[in-house]
Design a protein around this ligand. Structure first.
Ligand code: ADP
Ligand code: MG
Length: 620
């Protein structure tokens, strides 16, 4: 540890109260080889191949012009001055200006193209990634938070890749040929002196190579921690309400500071490493200059080397060093891109766990019998549903009841194919749903969740996402049927009201009613209401359920509700307990049995129980 780092540690906060939690949902990246990177980028870059060849041609011309610059100085010193001819000097400078102006123009044209290619590539990558993330299953999205994916993929990885493209065309493609041309001119001028600068440049590259893996690892470590911090900040900001209501601001702040400082130390580590590299290279630079001058003066004295040649060499030396330096920087940028690339393609090559058979078709005609056949499923290792079997003919209204955590939502998730069962199968008209086309299958369903998500747009936009063709009357009709029309009319902008992030500018009950309306717009055959009215007061809930009756006709409805009154009219009740189907029948017959349902019912209807006790019993 350097003295400086030590001093920095001293100023760190007193030792951790508790160790920082390990990063949640960290992406286990695969490391791609260079060949793999090229093969992945090839299809994206292919459409631009002719443009890129053209750009490279322009840039190579530019690099010749750059490499030729010291030759003009040499000409003036060794030819024009000894002949005492201002005319020769002016002629040389005329050509010089012409060459350089042409170079500037070429550069400008080439860079405009590069910029365009870069934006197109970014567009391509962004759209590909976005499309891929949209189709990746909930297993993936359950593991990686949106903020994490945004930061890792859209921010770091894509910018890293685009950044490298720029560096490639602005530095690598200029300096690599530039270096070769400069060396060619040098060899032509003096071999021994060329040897001196080549030795210097090689020393330079070796020093840089020795240090760059360390910079790479430190940079990567820094990126990892900074991601973790970003995730933490967004998570805590989202929880501001909870934090303030428990008055835990100080604890959260402390924890934040504890995590922040080590992150900044790591960031500094990377920068210190880079600084060391620049010390080494700067020192080398001076050594090479001194060597060139000594060898040059010796050559002038002993072998009558022209003075102009020495002047040109001093210029070439400076030029070569800055070119090598730029190339080394490009290498660093390349490394950053690799880190980003690994993350990007690890995600892009993650396949959804919900697989689709591309040639599949929905059964026709569709009768609509849905069945679970000995379905066993768990989100992680532990099974949540055990060998569950039931069959629902089209048109039935089925209630799923059971304590909180008994697996009701899981049944809905499996019906929607957000996950596939581990054992057993789910069938539609006797065909395993795995064999059906995914999106047409899902489109048969309408789901309303307990805590529905609304996009941060207007009410109208939220509704229209599911059915862009709906007329304004259609919208008002579904709103009326979902008992939402009244409150929407009272909102300041009506249908144009902005609902806020996640629908946060609406109450839970309002969100739920909008979600019901949204779902009705699609006129789904299968309707899943997962505690869809739980945030409503009893009176509104009763009104909504009354309105539901006509809705339920002509479709299969799965209704999950903890207020048992709302399921009284169901044709069938399935009672779940710890992931097992324990009872089944209609409301009255189940009440007549002395089983789980009756216990749930007794607790729910007992006037002596408070809301809290009911919740304990599993009704919330
Ligand atoms: N995404 C998930 N990852 C891991 N476990 C989950 C997930 N969702 C639910 N579970 C677990 O599955 C069980 C059943 O949950 P759920 O079906 O939501 O119950 P219910 O809807 O009946 O209240 C619970 O023990 C819950 O902890
Ligand atoms: Mg649930």
């Amino acid at each position: 540890m350097t003295k400086r780092q030590h001093a920095l540690q001293q100023t760190a906060r007193p030792q951790q109260r508790r160790p920082p939690a390990p990063p949640a949902g960290d992406l286990p990246v695969r490391n791609f080889s260079l060949g793999e990177i090229l093969s992945r980028l090839q299809p994206i870059l292919r459409p631009f191949r002719f443009q890129m060849i053209w750009v490279v041609a322009c840039i190579v011309l530019v690099s010749v012009a750059v490499a030729a610059m010291p030759l003009f100085t040499k000409y003036v010193i060794d030819v024009a001055i000894p002949q005492r001819s201002l005319k020769l000097a002016a002629g040389a400078m005329g050509i010089f200006v012409l060459v350089q102006f042409t170079r500037m123009l070429l550069w400008y044209i080439a860079q405009l193209r590069v910029l365009w290619i870069k934006e197109k590539v970014l567009f391509e990558l962004r759209t590909v990634v976005f499309a891929h993330l949209q189709q990746l299953g909930l297993r993936f999205h359950g593991q990686y938070a949106p903020s994490f994916l945004y930061d890792r993929i859209f921010n770091q990885s894509l910018n890293g890749t685009a950044g490298f493209l720029m560096v490639f065309f602005q530095q690598v493609m200029v300096y690599l040929p530039g270096m070769l041309f400069s060396l060619g001119f040098c060899l032509y001028l003096s071999r021994s002196m060329t040897l001196v600068i080549v030795v210097g440049a090689v020393g330079y590259v070796v020093a840089a190579r020795l240090m760059s893996p360390r910079i790479y690892h430190k940079t990567k470590a820094w990126m990892d921690v900074s991601n973790e911090i970003a995730r933490d900040i967004t998570d805590k900001l989202r929880g501001t309400k909870t934090i303030q209501s428990f008055a835990m601001e100080e604890r959260i702040q402390e924890e934040f500071e504890d995590r922040l400082w080590p992150m900044q130390l790591k960031c500094m580590d990377g920068q210190i490493e880079a600084m060391r590299l620049s010390f080494v290279t700067e020192g080398l630079n001076y050594l090479i200059t001194a060597a060139v001058l000594i060898v040059g003066v010796y050559a002038i004295l002993q072998w009558h080397l022209a003075v102009g040649t020495l002047v040109a060499f001093v210029a070439y030396e400076a030029m070569l060093v800055s070119m090598v330096q730029a190339l080394v920087n490009s290498y660093g940028q390349f490394m950053t891109m690799r880190v980003g690339f690994d993350q990007l393609y690890t995600v892009l090559e993650t396949r959804s766990t919900v697989k689709e058979n591309p040639e599949a078709k929905l059964p026709a005609p569709l009768r609509g019998t849905l069945a679970f056949e000995k379905v066993t499923f768990g989100y992680e290792q532990k099974p949540i549903l055990h060998e569950m079997s039931f069959s629902v003919p089209f048109g039935q209204t089925v209630a799923l009841v059971g304590r909180s955590g008994s697996g009701k939502t899981t049944v809905a998730n499996l019906l929607m194919r957000f996950f596939d069962p581990e054992q057993g199968r789910i069938t539609l008209d006797g065909v395993a749903v795995r064999e059906l086309p995914l999106r047409p299958y899902r489109a048969l369903f309408g789901v309303v969740h307990q805590d529905p998500f609304l996009f941060n747009e207007t009410i109208e936009a939220n509704l229209r996402y599911v059915n862009p063709a709906a007329s304004e009357e259609d919208l008002w009709e579904v709103l009326t049927r979902a008992q939402a029309a009244d409150f929407v009319r009272q909102l300041p902008d009506g249908l144009q009201y902005q609902v806020g992030e996640g629908g946060g500018r609406l109450s839970g009950g309002q969100r739920q009613r909008l979600a019901i309306a949204r779902c009705l717009l699609n006129d789904p055959r299968f309707l899943i209401l997962d505690e869809a009215t739980s945030a409503l007061d009893s009176e509104t809930e009763a009104a909504v359920h009354h309105a539901f009756e006509e809705l339920f006709a002509g479709r299969t409805v799965f209704i999950i509700a903890h207020r048992l009154g709302t399921i009284r009219r169901a044709n069938r009740v399935l009672v779940l307990d710890e992931g097992r189907l324990v009872e089944e029948g209609n409301y009255e017959s189940l009440l007549a049995q002395d089983g789980v349902f009756r216990r749930l019912h007794t607790i729910a209807t007992s006037g002596s129980l408070t809301g809290g006790r009911k919740r304990e019993a599993g009704f919330a």
